[in-house]
Write a protein that binds this ligand. Structure first.
Ligand code: PLP
Length: 331
């Protein structure tokens, strides 16, 4: 199977902001994009993006999961990066139009169509290190993806990093390329030296998130995860899993979780930990590496509650359970 995100539909939908207004959206080839080499995004990282999915139900219908949330976050990222303001209704129409165009290519379960809206500053101006791009462009790529869990019941190994942060604290809730660039070296180092899958950033002992997913501790009936603040990404999957957990009667705690509490709880039999994200859905964490020591989470295997929550989310996404929270949009 091709690596996640390496196969693209041949066309994308694009709209340009010329300083005054957005152009009508156009469907164009997705294999290239013409930009001035001095474009603001290429020098000063005026870029943000989103990741959401469309699912094929057994009756053949296509549904997009929590599109409103992703568009809200996209607009918020654009605003916090001082990019031109998005027209949310136009973005929604672009998503619906391009997914409709390729609806026959949306894979069957357990696959899905990953949708990648992107917004970049296009102004050719290399002297604007401290001022925003007045022009921009947004486009939406589609990438069919398979089952992320073909690995079966393997669990992840995470390095707990207390001395570094994923990105600057005021940038965390922005889904912007620079944040991923900032986390790249620590993640590469953890992979090479410790065979870790990811780094769980815990600046000053505060358990935050990994390079591309949120972190949840599941201890019996309790689900514990960091309360929302501007330092990390407000995952749509995080919110969905917490909503499902509350609905199942679990005790959801959005609060500070320290490394000390995490390690103490993780050592208990039956304790579980997981990463949540659009790509990862909900993936079990089996090992935490901290100060050179390996700590097994619970029994180190895939957690039963993690599986149950993941299944409940997947069942809504694929129409096997009622869409009781109104999360699906029909194409
Ligand atoms: N945190 C980071 C840094 C991410 O890149 C992502 C993206 O997938 C998430 C968390 C999870 O967000 P979501 O559940 O909206 O995909």
């Amino acid at each position: 199977m091709a690596a996640f995100g390496t196969v693209f539909m041949p066309e994308m939908i694009i709209s340009w902001f010329d300083g005054n207004g957005w152009s009508n959206a156009e469907v164009v080839s997705s294999d290239s994009l013409q930009l001035h080499p001095g474009a603001h995004v290429l020098h000063y990282s005026s870029t943000c993006f989103e990741g959401l999915k469309a699912f094929r139900h057994a009756d053949g219908s296509i549904k997009i999961f929590r599109m409103d949330r992703n568009i809200e976050r996209f607009a918020q990222s654009s605003e916090l990066l001082a990019l031109p303001e998005l027209d949310k209704a136009a973005t929604e129409k672009m998503i619906l139009d391009i997914v409709a165009q390729f609806k026959n290519d949306v894979p069957e379960a357990p696959g899905s169509m990953y949708i990648r809206p992107t917004h970049i500053g296009t102004e050719p101006a290399i002297g604007k290190a401290a001022s925003p791009s007045l022009t921009s462009c947004q486009y939406i790529l589609l990438s069919p993806v398979g089952d992320y869990f073909s690995g079966g019941d393997t669990t992840l190994r995470l390095l707990l990093e207390e001395n570094g942060a994923r990105c600057a604290a005021h940038m965390g809730m922005i889904k912007s390329g620079g944040n991923y660039a900032s986390a790249m070296r620590p993640i590469m180092k953890a992979k090479a030296e410790l065979n870790a899958d990811q780094v769980l950033f815990c600046p000053d002992g505060d358990v935050q998130e990994t390079g591309a997913a949120n972190f949840l501790l599941i201890d019996g009936n309790e689900v514990i995860t960091k309360a929302l603040d501007e330092s990390f990404l407000h995952g749509v999957t995080r919110d969905s899993i917490l909503t499902i957990a509350r609905d199942l009667g679990m005790d959801v705690q959005e609060r500070q979780l320290t490394v000390d509490e995490l390690l103490e709880r993780a050592a208990k039999p039956g304790c579980e930990a997981a990463l949540s994200g659009t790509a990862a859905v909900l993936t079990s964490v089996g090992t935490l590496i901290h100060n050179g020591k390996e700590h097994t989470v619970g029994n180190g295997g895939v957690g039963q509650t993690t599986l149950k929550l993941r299944q409940a989310l997947n069942d809504i996404q694929w129409g096997k359970a009622e869409d009781k929270f109104g999360w699906l949009t029909s194409i």
